[in-house]
Ligand binder design. Structure first.
Ligand code: FES
Length: 115
């Protein structure tokens, strides 16, 4: 079994709870969201019509697309509200010594389709 490779993203202290930040990690736009439930990372591109999710809103664990209002659960990327039908890819996150790290190789869902 191969261990996922975690990429340092940003300091936890730079991302207050309730906020989100888009970063490019290994050539991919990743949206890091700090919810009360923890820190989560999902793709920054809406699966409906490619809007940038960092221009939307974060309400608890619900991430709302700025373009047509689809919503996703940042914990696993699943769809909470139409018009999107495919989940956002989500990435494992850990915090080490105050630094948020994201494992891009461990992406779930998305390209497998299913919706
Ligand atoms: S682009 Fe996100 S809901 Fe349409």
């Amino acid at each position: 079994m191969t261990e996922p490779i975690f990429h340092p993203a940003l300091a936890l202290a730079e991302l207050p709870q309730g906020r989100m930040r888009c970063l490019t990690l290994a050539g991919r736009e990743v949206l890091i969201c700090h919810a009360r439930e923890g820190v989560f990372a999902v793709d920054n591109t809406c699966t409906h019509a490619l809007a940038r999710m960092d221009e939307g809103r974060l309400r608890g664990v619900r991430l709302i697309c700025p373009l047509h209002g689809a919503s996703f659960d940042v914990r696993d990327g699943r769809v909470l509200g139409a018009p999107a039908s495919r989940p956002l890819p989500s990435y494992p996150v850990r915090v080490v010594a105050g630094m948020i790290e994201v494992a891009l190789e461990g992406a779930t869902a998305a390209q497998a389709g299913g919706g």
